[in-house]
Ligand binder design. Structure first.
Ligand SMILES: [Zn+2]
Length: 208
């Protein structure tokens, strides 16, 4: 089982048997990254803008990322997982020392020394956004074959987009629904309201 890119569906999927669960295409283990990027550029058209940090309801593939709107559809770019060093404060074992000092009084003189807090470095995995600004925005389709978990959905593949309070459900004509939880729901709703005014999306948004 592994994460693979289905070129047909423009999405990374988790495959048990080397087949795409949505279109049943056989997925090669290696592929020509530049060729796929070129095809992706043709499909997405120009990248217009990011529309918000979102969390996807799915398993085994990255869930945190940024949703972008392009001339022809929606592109999800997952955050990268990076290793970060965090400094955590740890209390000294003052309780044990206090008990010991209660039993043996001379230890009271040492208590101020052992009460100090210790700072310890801890390495943790963190999701970190891939920053695309200005003309870098147009690099987005190139990242489809390079960032596991990325996907593109063309507007013409979307039957309806439903607003379910804190979740947005994108129902496609083929394949499972995409469930999106925006991190800033109000700002995200405004962005999608703008999108719904465009002819390309009017059907999908008007149907709810
Ligand atoms: Zn597929």
């Amino acid at each position: 089982m592994s994460a693979r890119l289905c070129q047909q569906c423009c999405q990374w999927i988790w495959s048990r048997d080397g087949l795409c669960p949505d279109c049943q295409d056989l997925l090669p283990e290696s592929y020509d990254v530049e060729k796929i990027a070129q095809r992706a550029r043709g499909l997405t058209g120009a990248v217009l803008r990011p529309i918000g940090h979102v969390k996807l309801k799915r398993k085994k593939l990255p869930t945190d990322g940024v949703l972008y709107v392009t001339e022809t559809g929606l592109f999800f770019l997952p955050h990268r997982m990076v290793l970060a060093t965090k400094y955590v404060e740890e209390q000294s074992t003052s309780l044990l020392w206090r008990i010991a000092a209660t039993i043996w009084m001379p230890l009271w003189f040492l208590l101020p020394l052992v009460r100090r807090k210790r700072v310890r470095a801890k390495v943790v995995q963190e999701a970190s956004p891939i920053q695309l600004n200005g003309s870098d925005l147009q690099l987005l389709p190139d990242l489809l074959p390079r960032v596991p978990g990325a996907f593109f959905i063309a507007a013409r593949e979307v039957a309806v987009v439903r607003d379910r309070r804190r979740q947005w459900i994108v129902e496609r004509f083929a394949g499972p629904n995409v469930v999106i939880e925006p991190v800033s729901p109000d700002a995200f709703r405004k962005q999608l309201a703008e999108l719904g005014k465009i002819d390309l999306w009017r059907m999908a948004f008007g149907a709810d």
